[in-house]
Design a protein around this ligand. Structure first.
Ligand SMILES: NC(=O)c1ccc[n+]([C@@H]2O[C@H](COP(=O)([O-])OP(=O)(O)OC[C@H]3O[C@@H](n4cnc5c(N)ncnc54)[C@H](O)[C@@H]3O)[C@@H](O)[C@H]2O)c1
Ligand SMILES: N[C@H](CO)Cc1c[nH]c[nH+]1
Ligand SMILES: [Zn+2]
Length: 416
């Protein structure tokens, strides 16, 4: 159990880029740039143990998967689709009112979406990404997801059908990100890549950024839970296990002013972890990346949560709502017992694609607006120009940029 001071140093160093992994990822990206499809086939054998005959999944397979999956699964996907669509529609930005100065919004042309599938097929991620792009009005949505021995997971394909994804490729990891960034004979290059993934995917996105857009660094999952002496230990224990089961690198944080509650939750976690199907992943994640912090008061609790800048922050105290205005670095903030993080993972509406590794300090969770770009419109009338130009001319002279000055001055002369 840490104090806030002892915890600060540990966490700051754990957010640093792993340069050795980054070099491995760079090699993968360069190989895909050079050898294109052949590199994708080769890496699928090396990293996914799958010998592929083809990279692209047929559209007819998406439709048959939609009909073949169980009815209750199809209904769950459709409910999630509706909630995601409605929420994203409600937060979509739109054109400013046409005037001399305003902003215009444009959907992106072609986007790539990464759907994780290395250790678990993240069916929900299809909807948490592609539906947002659809609401934005993106012209073409391309999905990549790791290959599996028996073909791509049927529920992933069904979700792609529901979200009206245009093309699906069975490619995973850094090689998928490289293919989306630079294109191969089969996979088209996209304008922006969105979606979460493991450390290889996250590092690859970081590396290709600039040649292509990315949403954020949405790497191995994290949760920060704030508990007090009224908190249900079993609820929190399951919430910690739920993030730990994603990845051996998943990070879990428990913050409380009550030492007894931390100990009670830790006992519950240990009791429940062994019963979970993914116990091996959970135990490794908890052993290497669990942090319990005993804080002295509420102000320190809030400082600690803001310092972590976690992907998910879940407040499970009696005064949970009072944290809403105080937490300003959460990827997403979950308030109270009826808003567990897992409801956000699947069905609430906001996307579960969220920044990790402290990057919520400066970036936000995925929204419909990540699939839009804006440009300003400058359409000045004569009077406005005449009011502004002298100031512009003076600033141009200050910057020693005579042609800028003259560009304004000649129009001033004309409009006297
Ligand atoms: N932050 C978010 O918004 C968010 C959302 C959902 C999931 N996640 C995270 O997504 C991740 C999913 O991870 P996953 O592994 O199950 O699936 P994944 O699809 O992200 O990664 C699997 C791919 O990793 C590559 N890979 C595996 N080992 C490799 C190695 N040694 N060298 C190079 N490449 C290698 C393979 O190509 C494989 O296809 C988890 O970390 C989870 O926590 C994050
Ligand atoms: N918790 C993950 C984001 O870190 C999202 C997810 C998908 N499926 C289950 N969970
Ligand atoms: Zn999850």
């Amino acid at each position: 159990m840490y104090t806030f001071d002892s915890f600060k140093e540990v966490i700051a160093s754990s957010n640093k880029t792993d340069w050795d992994k980054l070099k491995q990822v760079m090699t993968i990206i360069q190989t895909v740039q050079e050898s294109k499809d052949q590199a994708l086939y080769d890496y699928s054998e090396t990293f996914d143990n799958v010998k592929l005959d083809t990279l692209e999944v047929m559209q007819t397979d998406l439709e048959s998967a939609y009909h073949d999956i169980e009815d209750d699964l199809r209904a769950a996907l459709e409910l999630a689709y509706k909630n995601i669509w409605d929420y994203q529609q409600s937060i979509k930005i739109s054109d400013g009112e046409a005037s001399e100065l305003y902003q215009k919004v444009h959907p992106l042309n072609r986007v790539g979406v990464y759907v994780p599938g290395g250790t678990a097929p993240l069916v929900s991620t299809v909807l948490m990404t592609a539906v947002l792009a659809k609401v934005a009005g993106v012209s073409e949505i391309v999905v990549t997801t790791p290959p599996q021995q028996n073909g791509v997971n049927q529920a992933i394909l069904a979700a792609c059908h529901i979200a009206k994804v245009d093309r699906v490729f069975q490619v995973g990891g850094a090689q998928a990100i490289a293919a989306l960034a630079y294109g191969t004979e089969t996979v088209p290059a996209v304008d922006k890549i969105a979606g979460p993934g493991n450390q290889y995917v996250a590092l690859a996105k970081k590396m290709v950024y600039g040649d292509v857009g990315i949403d954020s660094i949405a790497g191995p999952s994290e949760i920060v839970i704030v508990a007090d002496d009224t908190t249900r230990a079993d609820f929190v224990a399951y919430d910690l296990l739920a993030q730990a089961e994603h990845d051996v690198l998943a990070r879990t944080f428990l913050i409380s002013e009550s030492k007894e509650k931390i100990e009670e939750i830790q006992r519950k976690v240990n009791e429940l972890a062994g019963e979970q199907p993914r116990a091996a992943i959970i135990k490794t994640s908890l052993r290497d990346h669990h942090y319990s912090v005993h804080t002295v008061d509420k102000a320190e609790t809030i400082d600690c949560v803001n310092f972590i800048a976690g992907e998910h922050v879940s407040i499970q105290t009696k005064d949970a709502s009072s944290y809403i205005d105080q937490i300003n670095t959460a990827g997403a903030l979950f308030i109270g017992d009826c808003s567990p993080e897992a409801i956000g993972d699947y069905i609430a509406g906001p996307s579960h694609v969220l920044p990790t590794g402290g990057t919520a300090r400066f970036s936000s969770g995925l929204t419909v607006n990540d699939f839009l770009r804006t440009n300003s419109i400058i359409a000045l009338k004569k009077e406005s120009f005449k009011n502004m130009a002298p100031g512009g001319m003076r600033l141009a002279l200050e910057e020693s940029l005579q042609a800028h000055h003259d560009s304004l001055a000649c129009r001033m002369e004309e409009n006297k």
